[in-house]
Design a protein around this ligand. Structure first.
Ligand SMILES: Nc1ncnc2c1ncn2[C@@H]1O[C@H](COP(=O)(O)OP(=O)(O)O)[C@@H](O)[C@H]1O
Ligand SMILES: [Mg+2]
Length: 320
């Protein structure tokens, strides 16, 4: 569960203060599917970045599974991000010189997983999003919708507790956008909490819970049972067509994912209080190094992408 209490994020711009988030309180239970909607500049990405531990609030309290993380160091936040968060962005953020397979594999390399574990996860994730047939393709050889599927597979492969998607359908036509929503809804059925940001009402309609944000404040927070059934009927109507047409051999049947459950159990163990104390101690004593995260969208992180590619080569050498 995540809980924001009275979160403020202020930016000083010369003499002005931009209140990107102005006293936001929000609780999201495990397994929810939530859409955050608001006009451009309303604070959606700022909110997502705080939820995803990519950024820190100016003030307020942020709890993940009851643990206060607002005072965590950058290293601790990086660790949390790696353990719990999967990101999907409007611009897909795939590395252009890597194949679909390699893009999904990359964060797993940084998680230090074995080759066989990685292979299993990459293949399974690509299959879940209907991209098995195109795993060797580079992003430039894929449509926008296909690239976003790969980006979802990349998030999925790390088995996150939370999938955070900032305008995931923003660059896609409405039919492709609905397909992406369907994939995200199916992930949610598997138990992953999904939080989506959009400025598009049609996308928000597919979500049971819709949080509306305006000028950095939450305007409304509505759970609508009708929206839920509408969303479910959309799921059914998409069931047999769009994915098969994209990937004939891949059945988009979402199976129970035992690994996800296992991962959640591991995380639960990690998150009890003693372990959390231990985590802090280990981090302070440098026993745990922050793992490099998947490439993220902010401009200042472009340098990180370069580092990722470089280190990837070196870690491959180590394997060989
Ligand atoms: N790094 C920053 N420095 C200054 N102002 C910022 C920064 N990031 C966001 N803002 C401002 O905060 C407000 C909310 O931005 P953002 O969260 O990106 O909105 P949205 O994602 O809803 O379009 C906007 O007024 C934006 O200009
Ligand atoms: Mg934004």
């Amino acid at each position: 569960m995540i809980e924001l209490r009275n979160i403020k994020k202020y930016y000083k711009m010369g003499d002005n203060v931009v209140k990107a988030l102005d006293d936001v309180s929000l609780k999201v239970e495990d397994g929810e599917f939530v859409t955050i909607i608001g006009p451009s500049g309303s604070g959606k990405s700022t909110l997502m970045n705080i939820i995803g531990c990519l950024d820190k609030a100016t003030s307020g309290s942020y709890l993940i599974d009851g643990i206060e993380v607002s005072n965590y160091t950058e290293n601790q936040l990086a660790y949390l991000r790696n353990k719990k968060m999967g990101f999907i962005f409007q611009g897909f953020n795939l590395l252009q010189n890597l194949s679909a397979y390699e893009n999904v594999d990359l964060p797993l390399i940084y998680q230090g997983l074995s080759l066989s574990e990685r292979k299993e996860r990459v293949n399974k994730s690509l299959k879940l999003v209907g991209m098995s047939e195109r795993m060797k393709h580079k992003p430039s050889e894929l449509s926008g919708g296909q690239q976003q599927r790969v980006a979802i597979a990349r998030a999925l492969a790390t088995m996150p507790m939370y999938i955070l998607a900032d305008e995931p359908t923003g660059n896609l036509d409405s039919v492709t956008g609905e397909e992406i929503m369907k994939i995200l809804k199916n992930l949610n059925k598997n138990g992953t909490t999904v939080i989506i940001i959009t400025h598009n009402d049609d996308i928000a309609k597919l979500s049971r819970r819709v949080v509306r944000i305006h000028d950095g404040k939450i305007e409304s927070d509505i759970v609508n049972e009708n929206i839920k059934s509408y969303g479910d009927s959309i799921d059914e109507s998409l069931e047999d067509n769009s994915f098969d047409s994209c990937d004939e051999n891949s059945q988009i049947q979402i199976e129970e994912n035992p690994k996800l459950k296992e991962k959640q159990e591991q995380i639960e163990i990690l998150d009890n209080k003693d372990n959390d104390e231990k985590l802090k101690e280990d981090m302070d004593s440098d026993k745990i190094k922050p793992v490099k995260t998947v490439p993220i969208k902010r401009k200042k992180d472009l340098s990180e992408k370069k580092v990722l590619v470089k280190s990837k080569k070196s870690s491959r050498k180590e394997e060989l």
